[in-house]
Design a protein around this ligand. Structure first.
Ligand SMILES: O=P(O)(O)O[C@H]1O[C@H](CO)[C@@H](O)[C@H]1O
Ligand SMILES: Nc1nc2[nH]cnc2c(=O)[nH]1
Length: 314
């Protein structure tokens, strides 16, 4: 019933994990949250928690990055049933893309309608400061520009080339993407515009106007941080922030019809100047997360209270 670590996951495999979880808890979440590096405090806000270590959940990968606790937490956030990943998976951890996005499909099978993703990112936009919260309005999917074996069969992470390179009859998971959604999903509406507006409105109400921004997030493979030349290039290409996550989760969530809201905490300023002494490092990323955690948690939890069942906004 549960496939080996590196095989693809069929619809039935995902369902087996979702059914296993639903047999352990009565919470039926309509909102799914993913916590970025150092932002796991969001999960601690959930009331009446039922929590699982990733190692105990069939098919789940393990968290290997400092700042990602590796727990799936069910509970209520101001009365709304939620499920929260306290820690996500990244390509640079060595997992195939099917595996890092598996929890998103499980969210769908649990009944989640809206996915809210957070991440830590380096600021490329010169108007951004460390500690700013960027509402993601669009993305640049750099790994998606060139299909690799890890992207075969995972919808839309490659291009038509994936379709050409993968013979459906020999692909172990052809049934999986097609049962979750269409072969070529649209991404021009990846980030729900009403949720972006809701975030802006809630941010203004909370007095966050000075540090609430919006922009384009660019994903790279990592785990190395960017060179100066890369930062300059990404900025010219239209990216406002750069990180190593989120986009794959967004694509899978949209593919299976969930609404998506995502934000980046600008944890460090990307270095674009050869005279700069700044050096990106994970400790700074986690430190900024701690400093902004409270406001970020309040923003997300207030938004959750305003998302009604079936995605209407109260
Ligand atoms: O995107 P999240 O998981 O927040 O983490 C970000 O922070 C880490 C680098 O410090 C990388 O994993 C990058 O992707
Ligand atoms: N790639 C990348 N990921 C990050 N995560 C947090 N900061 C950064 C950064 O500067 N670059």
């Amino acid at each position: 019933m549960f496939p080996e670590a590196n095989k693809g996951f069929s619809y039935e495999d995902c369902k087996a994990t979702a059914d296993w979880l639903m047999a352990q808890t009565d919470v039926r979440p309509t909102v799914g949250i993913v916590c970025g590096s150092g932002l796991g405090g969001l999960a601690d806000m959930l009331k009446d928690q039922v929590a699982f270590n990733y190692k105990d959940i069939p098919n789940f990968p393990q968290s290997t990055v400092h700042g990602h606790a590796g727990r799936l937490v069910f509970g209520t956030l101001r009365g709304r049933p939620c499920v929260c990943m306290q820690g996500r998976f990244h390509l640079y951890e060595g997992y195939p893309i099917q595996k890092i996005t598996l929890p998103i499909r499980i969210f769908k099978l649990l009944g989640v309608e809206t996915v809210m993703l957070t991440n830590a990112a380096g600021g490329l936009n010169q108007d951004f400061k460390v500690g700013d919260i960027m509402i993601i309005k669009d993305h640049l999917n750099m790994p998606g520009f060139s299909p690799s074996p890890g992207t075969f069969c995972v919808i839309s992470l490659g291009t038509a080339l994936v379709f050409i390179l993968t013979k459906p009859s020999t692909c172990p998971s052809t049934s999986c993407p097609r049962r979750f959604g269409v072969r070529f999903p649209c991404m021009s509406d990846a980030y729900d515009r009403e949720l972006q507006q809701l975030a802006m409105d809630v941010g203004q109400e909370l007095g966050y106007g000075d540090f609430l921004k919006e922009g384009v997030y660019c994903v790279l493979g990592g785990p190395s941080f960017e060179t100066i030349a890369e930062c300059r290039m990404l900025h010219k290409l239209g990216a406002d922030a750069v990180g190593m996550s989120t986009v794959h989760e967004v694509i899978i969530a949209r593919h299976c019809g969930m609404k998506v809201f995502a934000l980046s905490l600008i944890t460090n300023q990307a270095v674009t100047d050869y005279d700069s002494e700044e050096k990106a490092n994970h400790e700074e990323v986690l430190q900024t997360g701690k400093q902004r955690a409270e406001q970020l948690e309040r923003l997300v939890s207030t938004m959750v209270t305003k998302i009604e069942h079936n995605n209407n906004y109260a």
